[in-house]
Design a protein around this ligand. Structure first.
Ligand code: NDP
Length: 325
């Protein structure tokens, strides 16, 4: 049997953490033949809840779960970590300005980045889910200069999966018939779900995009504002689908994407597609099971260019706001 992989989940007792941990422990993320050491990092106030989750994990008697440990100290939780899922973040509370949210999380993610740089395993991979995810990932990466920048990523896979589902519904094909979708930019309302290179069964995304009213007034806002629609309907934010996106993201990164198709992930820009170097921006990506590779050479039309630029401008403003603090 394979040696266990050490997986640390922050914000483990939160709603996304709760939805993710059982599937990670059951092998949905790294494979059913891959044992895992699970580390749950929580704030001191949530340690009781984390204990309860650890008890439930025990009670699943999962064959691949080699161990479960609980921490409130990031240094101990990240010691030797190979897959770090940074889900915990300070939520935006009533009356809080966006700058306050950025600064509260900048301090969390700069501290976690520093510690990761000091104690993580040499092969560590880091996935940021906690919002503002792109900028939190950029801050963590900056604070860990000894970790190669391509090891940091932020989640846009949930947005990607939402776009697949919407396009499949429109084209009346199964989700398995959809390929070539890209989420560009920030994991926020400015994200741009691009279908111009997509296929939906026999149809091309470009043909579907010819109905501009549907594209502009329906598809793009439905994908970008899906989180708010779920809060309105369910009275709570999307946790199971966010956990599912996280698991899909890490699985594709660690085990590789299939064939020619691609997925979306926010990674540190090497300065391609007009995205300034260093921003953590969502791109079309494939993985060979080790690193993400940006899909090169996609033609960006004027419609797409304007929307990518708008989301990139927001990423630049977020980083500038953090730098100003
Ligand atoms: P959730 O588990 O629901 O969400 C965690 C983070 O994921 C939030 O920042 C949330 O952003 C973000 N997120 C990203 N994508 C999505 C999506 N599609 N839908 C919903 N959320 C998304 O939050 P909880 O408050 O339930 O749990 C957070 C936990 O983190 C708490 O247990 C807390 O104790 C812990 N925590 C840990 C910290 C640390 O380890 N240093 C720091 C702060 C908190 P958004 O807020 O925009 O919804």
């Amino acid at each position: 049997t394979k040696p266990p992989v050490t997986v640390t989940v922050t914000g483990a007792a939160g709603t996304i953490g709760y939805a993710a941990l059982f599937r990670v422990a059951a092998g949905a993320m790294l494979g059913r033949d891959q044992p895992v050491h699970l580390r749950l990092l929580e704030l001191p106030a949530a340690l009781g809840a984390a204990e309860g989750i650890a008890m439930e994990l025990d009670d699943c008697a999962l064959p691949q779960l080699a161990s479960v440990e609980i921490f409130d100290d990031p240094r101990a939780a990240f010691d030797g970590v190979q897959q770090a899922l940074l889900i915990g973040a300070k939520p935006r509370t009533k009356g809080m300005e966006r700058a306050d949210l950025l600064s509260a999380n900048a301090s969390v993610f700069s501290a976690q980045g520093k510690v990761l740089g000091e104690v993580a395993a040499d092969d560590v991979r880091i996935t940021v889910v906690g919002n503002p995810a792109n900028t939190n990932a950029a801050i963590a990466a900056r604070n860990a200069p000894d970790i190669p920048r391509e090891r940091f990523s932020a989640l846009t896979r949930l947005d990607h999966n939402r776009a697949i589902a919407q396009l499949a519904g429109r084209a009346e094909v199964p989700v398995t018939a959809i390929s070539g979708i890209t989420i560009w930019g920030n994991h926020s309302a400015t994200q741009y779900p691009d279908i111009f290179h997509a296929r939906a069964g026999e149809l091309t995304g470009a043909a579907l995009a010819a109905d501009r009213d549907w594209l502009v007034d329906d598809f793009i806002p439905t994908v970008a504002q899906r989180g708010s629609a779920i809060i309105a309907a369910r009275g709570a934010s999307s946790a199971a689908s966010a956990a599912n996106g996280t698991i899909d993201h890490v699985r594709d990164w660690a085990l590789g994407t299939a064939g020619d198709s691609w997925t979306s992930a926010a990674i540190v820009s090497p300065g391609v597609y007009g995205v300034p170097e260093g921003l953590v921006c969502s791109f079309p990506v494939r993985s060979d099971g080790t690193d993400w590779q940006i899909v090169e050479g996609l033609e960006i039309n004027e419609f797409s260019r304007a929307r990518i630029d708008a989301s990139v401008a927001e990423l630049q403003a977020e980083i500038a706001a953090v730098d100003a603090l």
